[in-house]
Design a protein around this ligand. Structure first.
Ligand code: GCO
Length: 463
């Protein structure tokens, strides 16, 4: 990879935006799509804010050409989308739905015609309902189901798609979905089962990576897109930095909010020792072969980064939380605005995993509406993105290889259990009329992309 240019971003930096199938597509029962666990959860009273569902969503399934045109005028270099498993395989395995594949065929063709590189995520949470009924990720067959599905998609699209991500945020679809019951399928299982499901999903990842490499018609670049808990140092002192690094890679007790339980096996072929200790007898019995299945060489490390906690070195190097000042900036979702997450996150991941970084998601929800002048003045989002991208530029200047950045999200969409309450988009969506209105941040991002980042303000941390 080439180093940064004068603007601070490499020459072929992938300026992107991201979405996910269930969050934007709608058309939940059309053209042969099978049901997913999210359709199921959306029917459960009280499960989703406002009783919303993704059944119609942004109606992207029907408005895809209009949406790709908006991406083209935005000047996107890359677009990260996910493929709906039950659209391709209505029952999860077996019969392929040609109309489902045809949709992604059209999408990929439209992207390429617009000069936009497609970045496909194979699984972003809309798990086929039929497979869930057959045990879901608890089934020992589940890794193979996922790999078989991956093979079908890759066979169909890999003449044009070269960038692949296996799974998005297993912490969420396993942790929030099976442990806390907040996300689909809405279960509250014990740790033993939760860890077994996690184990299978990681084996599924490993098998899928091999399936992609064996099937792809053009040389693929493969990664995964986990989330995690990001910890940053309260100061630049070596002790604080070492403490934050340790905390970033710790399994702090029995919680799924960590990075290493989900990522060390994929890259090192082993579970982290502190996690094994914390989960003890609930860790599934497994063989060396299982771990070797999980481990498959990757081409990049995808990271979804939104926020972080700051720590300082306490007594004996223990991590002490550094309280945020009263009145600290929060997004509409009440997530803290912590730009340095996009400096330390990529840096720590690069140091540990030695894979080039792709920021697969970053963005914020805002209280955005269409003003009397017909425009959406989302000043806060512009400021948020600028601050985070300045931190990312600093990481690149300090030698972290970052291949691209995908803003979350191209358009307002179905924010899972929060329904349509949270608006993360560069494009406003009126959910009644489905009208798209590019926000001020869309124009700002367009100009930023056009200058390869040169319009970013100076770095307040490194004037
Ligand atoms: C996630 C998902 C996205 C979310 C986004 C905002 O990170 O939860 O990948 O689907 O919509 O992160 O919460």
């Amino acid at each position: 990879m080439k180093g940064p240019t004068a603007e601070g971003f490499p020459k072929n930096f992938v300026w992107g935006a991201a979405t996910a199938s269930y969050q934007i597509e709608g058309a939940a029962t059309e053209d042969g799509r099978g049901p997913s666990v999210w359709d199921m959860l959306c029917r459960r009273p009280g499960a989703i804010w406002g009783g919303h569902t993704g059944a119609v969503g942004c109606d992207h399934y029907h408005r895809m050409p209009e949406d790709v045109e908006l991406m083209r005028t935005l000047g996107l270099k890359g677009y990260r989308f996910s493929i709906s498993w039950p659209r391709i395989l209505p029952a999860g395995t077996g019969r392929v739905n040609p109309k489902g594949l045809a949709f992604y065929d059209r999408l990929v063709d439209a992207l390429l015609a617009a000069g936009i590189q497609p970045w496909a995520t194979l699984f972003h949470w809309d798990y086929p309902q039929d497979l869930y009924d057959r045990g879901g990720w608890l089934s020992p067959d589940s890794p193979k189901w996922f790999a078989d599905y991956a093979r079908i998609v890759v066979r169909a699209l890999s003449d044009r798609v070269t960038h692949w991500m296996t799974q998005n945020e297993p912490q969420c679809y396993i942790g929030l979905g099976l442990r806390d019951g907040i996300h689909a399928p809405g279960e509250k299982l014990g740790w033993r089962e939760v860890l077994l499901a996690a184990h299978h999903s990681m084996m599924g990842h490993g098998l899928a990576v091999r399936a992609i490499r064996a099937t792809a018609r053009r040389r693929p670049l493969i990664g995964a897109a986990p989330v995690g808990s990001h910890v940053i140092p309260a100061s630049g002192s070596a002790r604080d930095v070492a403490t934050a690094r340790r905390a970033t890679f710790a399994v702090a007790g029995r919680t799924y909010w960590n990075t290493t339980w989900w990522t060390d096996p994929l890259i090192f072929g082993r579970y982290p020792a502190d996690g094994l200790k914390a989960f003890g007898a609930d860790v599934p019995k497994h063989s060396r072969r299982d771990l070797e299945t999980m481990r498959a060489p990757l081409d990049f490390f995808g990271a979804n980064i939104y926020q972080s906690e700051a720590v300082r070195a306490g007594r004996g190097g223990a991590a002490e939380p550094a309280a945020r000042p009263v009145g600290h900036a929060l997004t509409a979702y009440k997530w803290p605005v912590t730009p340095d997450a996009l400096y330390w996150g990529p840096k720590f991941f690069w140091e540990r995993y030695k894979l080039p970084i792709v920021v697969t998601e970053n963005g914020m929800s805002g209280a955005d509406w269409v003003g009397l002048d017909g425009r959406v003045h989302d000043h806060a989002r512009i400021d948020y993105l600028a601050r985070y991208l300045i931190a990312l530029r600093r990481a690149i200047r300090d030698g972290v290889p970052v291949l691209g950045y995908f803003q979350w999200s191209l358009m307002d969409n179905f924010e899972w259990a929060e329904g349509f309450k949270e608006r993360f988009g560069l494009i406003h969506v009126d959910y009644t009329t489905k009208k798209r209105t590019p926000k001020d941040s869309y124009e700002w991002y367009r100009d930023l992309i056009a200058t390869n980042g040169a319009l970013l303000p100076a770095d307040p941390a490194r004037p």
